[in-house]
Design a protein around this ligand. Structure first.
Ligand code: FNR
Length: 396
């Protein structure tokens, strides 16, 4: 029996009969403001901040808001099934938690809490290379639940090889390779506070526990943490990679590989030619290139270019259930949720993350039903008003 996500609203109303109300807002766009109110300025600036003046992050939201759903009536939407097949796995809904590094700045339970929340709700958790908890520990917290590993593809091949080996051994099934961060961008909110957690050895757990990384140090991490941080900064990114280098990853990972940060249809075609399995249309939540194309504007072009050949995923700007609807209608198979779950974690730990997942999917389920659909698979550009010319081909 598919899960009825919309029932969360009745649970909330029924709990209300004893006087209880949700601990966090159910309009997830309000979480950022609440987090800014309750959490320390350094961490909040790191999570909420973007590249440059923030124009790409604003464009992400504007592009989703600009698209408007055109609901259809009298279509019998009593029974619904939100499940989708993504990269050979069956997901209960078209959602995964996006890779977000250094979660310990938001909550002491960090990645463990977020991963347990994802597992409890059946949603895949994508663990960042830059997590504050080693990947094996996160895997242990998740039992058999679906988990993917995000790679920051650095300069040291041995470390990369070792990460892939460890991730496979720890049960991570899909490799998500982030292409848009060979360097960290100009981020005024962090610069103005001179705030960079990595300098304090936060967000380096996978590296500091890695045998290949450790073998490159003159002294053990524990004896000379400063040298370890400098070594990490030196190999974290590699701006020299080019498309043929993907063969190395293909050779060392036998599961699906997804390239994250693709915005141009030609790059999506190159991904297909390189034997990749999918792309995430994403501009890293506007954190890398100020003035960049909104992710939702790039999405239909990428979906048209490779939708038949590759699994197209989407993130950057998803805040509400109707955003999920719109992303699928524009050609995504599923979406990754970023900042909202991180605020949920900061405000209320594991329950906060579960609250965010349940709100998003309840709202998506209701939007689907009230727009005349019973499954994500029937969504297409025809469900949106004001779709620019040339975007009218059905997405699926
Ligand atoms: C990120 N993102 C990210 N992506 C990645 O591949 N590896 C990482 O370690 C991180 N770290 C990270 C930290 C923080 C604080 C944020 C907000 C984001 C990007 C993330 O996966 C996703 O692309 C964005 O969060 C999507 O944008 P929105 O929807 O959160 O605005």
């Amino acid at each position: 029996m598919p899960r009825n996500w919309a029932d969360f609203q009745y649970e909330i109303y029924l709990n209300g009969m004893t006087g209880a109300v949700p601990r966090l807002p159910t309009d997830l766009t309000r979480l950022e403001e609440l987090a800014a109110h309750r959490l320390a300025p350094g961490p909040v600036g790191y999570v909420a901040g973007s590249a440059g003046d923030g124009s790409t992050a604003r464009a992400n939201r504007a592009a989703l808001e600009r698209r408007r759903i055109v609901p259809r009536m009298l279509r019998d939407v009593r029974e619904r099934d939100l499940s989708v097949r993504v990269l050979g796995r069956s997901l209960p809904a078209p959602l995964a938690l996006a890779p977000v590094g250094v979660l310990s700045i938001m909550h002491p339970d960090a990645e463990g809490a977020a991963a347990r929340a994802a597992a409890a709700q059946g949603v895949p958790f994508v663990l960042s290379s830059a997590s504050s908890t080693p990947m094996e520990q996160v895997a242990e917290a998740m039992g058999d639940a679906e988990r993917w590993f995000q790679l920051y593809w650095g300069r040291d091949r041995e470390v990369t090889r070792s990460f892939l080996r460890r991730a496979r051994a720890a049960g991570f099934s899909v490799l998500v390779v982030t292409l848009d961060t060979p360097l960290v961008s100009w981020r005024p909110r962090d610069l103005d506070q001179a705030y960079l957690p990595f300098l304090h050895g936060v967000g380096t757990a996978n590296y500091f526990t890695d045998p290949a990384f450790r073998s490159g140090l003159a002294k053990p991490v524990e004896e000379d943490p400063r040298a370890a941080v400098l070594h990490f900064l030196g190999l974290f990114g590699d701006a020299g990679h080019t498309w043929p280098d993907l063969a190395f990853l293909r050779e060392h990972w036998d599961g699906p590989i997804v390239l994250k940060g693709v915005l141009h249809p030609d790059d999506a075609r190159l991904a297909a030619e390189a034997g990749m399995d999918g792309v995430v249309v994403s501009n890293h939540g506007g954190r890398q290139v100020a003035g960049a194309v909104a992710a939702a504007d790039a999405l239909p072009r990428v979906a048209r270019a490779v939708g038949e050949r590759l699994t197209v995923l989407f993130d950057s700007g998803v805040r509400t259930g109707d955003d999920v609807f719109k992303a699928l209608a524009l050609g995504a198979r599923a979406v990754l949720l970023g900042r909202p779950y991180v605020y949920g974690l900061g405000l209320d730990g594991q329950p906060g993350v579960e609250h965010v997942i349940r709100c998003l999917l309840a709202e998506f389920d209701l939007t689907l039903a009230l727009s005349g659909h019973t499954t994500p698979s029937t969504l297409g550009a025809a469900d949106l008003d004001g779709t620019p010319p040339g975007e009218h081909d059905r997405a699926h």
